[in-house]
Design a binder for this molecule. Sequence first.
Ligand SMILES: [Zn+2]
Length: 402
Amino acid sequence: MSTPHRTAPDRGRTLLGPALRLIHTGQAPTRSALTGALDVTRATAGAVTGELEALGLISVDSRPAGGGRGRPSHRLALADPGPAVLAAQLHADGVSVALAALGGRLLETAHLPLPADTAPDRLLGAVAEAGATLARGSRRRVLGFALALPNPVTEPDGAALAALHFDWPAGAPVAELFADRVAGADLGPRARTVLPTAVANDANLAALAEHRHGAGRDARHLLLVTSGHRGVGGALVVDGRLHTGSSGLALEVGHLTVDPLGRPCPCGNRGCLNAETDPDALFAAAKRRPDPDRPLLPQARELARDPESADAVEHVVDRLGLGLAGLVNILNPDRIVLSGLHLDLLAAAPDRLAAQVAERCLWGRSGRVPIVPAQVAHAGLVGAAELAWEPYLEDPQAVAGS
Ligand SMILES: [Zn+2]
């Protein structure tokens, strides 16, 4: 079979997505950087940036950057104001919604408490309405809406499993319900007529955000482990793509056993990473009780940094180290990013955590994997925005549709 002949315009078109991705992630601030990263001629890079500019996605500044040596290159920036997407995150303490630009930038965020009725259609309806309010108040064209959920989400059908915080029935068709609620919301005159929607697990999306805009940049096998408001989540990004398994349920790291006689987990077992290293576990180890009137995570983060709770921190860090060592032996990542409470545990006892991992890893090399703190604020929201941008990063010409 012969390779189909590809014409020059086809080639230019296939480069639009990779070029936009490089500018979006800050890897191509100039046209010469883009030329090098895409390994194309200057003329091709010029045609590609010209097309992205015509689509209203980037701006090309031909004035010399000044100060630098060598031939000045055109500076590339994301269009401002350019189009936007809506991102939302559901968590045990409420709902966060944001309007986001390209470049991992949240333009505006809103936070609301969980409604009294958290049935899937009601809760997703409240999310759609909150997003619609942001869309109507913006002068930007709104191109998509994606939602991060604190529970596993199956692929490709988008059903929520074990959504314990909200008492949802197992298998609630969240992707479909969310699309329905967004389609029924008044998003104003500047949103796409049929707004593409998507839903995914929040730890997966946080990993995507860290890989593109934060502590996971350039990692080839990035493992993210996080403890947010309740429980523990994990995600793996391999060569820039999320590894989600055969049906979206990979990297359920929360149910790795780290103490067979440990605390009960909602899954029915004992001593899961979920039950041994989340905010509740730290409070239990410190024999303290959180203030029920304040969100749990910030209180746990304060506790992790309190020198008086050093013993409790060590107890939890040892269990986190056990869990990470198990994951390192299976996945052989080249970087581990910790976020949520785990970021504070790392800050409180970095050497102890690294030693725990190194001691239990079979080969010295994998045990010396860098363990670093997350950098992206509101990573779940930033990651949801990445999901909403994805169709346009794949094919930037899709922005031209109505
Ligand atoms: Zn469990």
